[in-house]
Design a protein around this ligand. Structure first.
Ligand SMILES: NC(=O)c1ccc[n+]([C@@H]2O[C@H](COP(=O)([O-])OP(=O)(O)OC[C@H]3O[C@@H](n4cnc5c(N)ncnc54)[C@H](O)[C@@H]3O)[C@@H](O)[C@H]2O)c1
Length: 325
């Protein structure tokens, strides 16, 4: 079997490549390096290509792939409010380019990086896949739109897909060689650790007046290596059953922002300065995954998603980044 990993030079895609290296699958990578790093693709055939370039995309997709994993998109929720065009163009139009080339080349298996952002501001957590999707920001809209397009492409062209709705991806590879390096970084754990290492002065907490146990937002944190494992199980299931499906990937446990900071202080043995600001638009109080479906149907269990392992691995990575700066 031959797999094309689109967006494999980025944070989650690079951890996927590491996991795929331990399989017998043939794996190639496509990325435009807009937010990814070429060194993350070492050891794989790498196609530098922008999904907007239909001609180049078409010629790459003639390489007899059986399945495409699609990690490439813009990911910054705040930026998506400011520049929705950028998000709809890359996350929707460019994904359409990819899907259309796949259909032309009869590559009919697709794994899509969706997001908990499709739920918007849902009812009480934990949230199951049955919950209505109702995104509240352009980023979430782009993910919901692709999920809907995939339903139509299955009906019309037989393109079978698995949409994986990630909750908060975090942590770094336990071997310390790859990790999260978004620029600008907007995710809580790397920002907290930058405040611990001294790369930032403090961590800004947006809102401490939510109706949660300590007033700060509650999220579900999932280690990136557990995410990669879920993709592999999804791939096997998709290939054998040929049924399109949607799964949450989360830990079924919520932690507040304050709890994350406390655990980070414990792991790093440093005091972290906190700066409280008002709530951000579109941040629900609580987003926690019901992960029953992926556990029961794909036999997935999280192995690395206890907060100590997540934060220790991310701290090891942060110290490496600090040395290389
Ligand atoms: N990080 C999270 O917590 C999280 C949560 C939910 C969903 N997701 C989704 O997971 C996926 C991967 O996220 P990530 O954190 O690894 O992001 P990332 O920015 O680190 O990786 C995205 C990769 O895609 C590439 N890319 C972007 N646009 C491209 C284009 N037009 N052509 C070719 N390559 C392109 C980038 O260069 C980068 O290597 C995204 O689709 C994101 O929406 C991430």
């Amino acid at each position: 079997m031959k797999i094309l990993v689109v967006g494999g030079a980025g944070y989650i895609g690079s951890h996927m490549l590491r996991r795929l290296q331990k399989t017998n699958y043939k794996v190639e990578v496509l990325d435009n390096l807009s937010t990814g790093y070429e060194e993350n693709t070492l050891g794989f055939q790498f196609h530098k290509c922008d999904l907007a370039n239909k001609d180049q995309l078409n010629s790459i997709l003639q390489n007899n792939y059986d399945l495409v994993m699609h990690f490439a998109s813009y990911i910054n929720v705040g930026e998506s409010y400011l520049y929705p065009q950028k998000y709809y163009e890359n996350n929707v139009n460019n994904t359409m380019n990819l899907l259309n080339c796949m259909v032309d080349q009869k590559i009919l298996n697709f794994i899509f990086s969706s997001s908990a952002a499709v739920y918007g501001d849902p009812g009480p957590s934990p949230i199951s896949e049955e919950e209505n999707i109702n995104p509240v920001n352009p980023y979430g809209q782009t993910k919901a739109m692709v999920e809907n397009i995939l339903k139509d492409y299955d009906r019309a062209y037989g393109l079978k897909s698995t949409c994986l709705r990630y909750f908060n991806a975090c942590g770094a590879h336990l071997d310390g060689t790859i990790g999260e390096s978004h620029n600008p970084e907007t995710h809580l754990i790397p920002l907290v650790l930058q405040a611990a290492s001294g790369r930032k002065n403090s961590i800004t907490v947006f809102g401490d007046d939510y109706t949660t146990k300590d007033g700060t937002c509650i999220r579900d944190y999932i280690h990136v290596m557990d995410l990669a494992e879920a993709h592999l199980l999804a791939l096997d299931s998709l290939r054998s059953k040929q049924i399109s499906n949607i799964y949450n990937i989360g830990n079924n446990i919520g932690f507040s922002v304050k709890e994350i900071i406390e655990i980070a202080e414990d792991v790093t043995q440093r005091k972290i300065k906190i700066n409280i600001e008002s709530r951000r638009k579109g941040d629900p109080a609580q987003l926690v995954a019901n992960n029953k479906k992926i556990k029961e149907e794909l036999n997935w269990t999280a192995q690395y998603s206890d907060l100590k392992t997540i934060i220790s691995s991310a701290w090891q990575w942060e110290k490496k980044l600090l040395q290389s700066n």
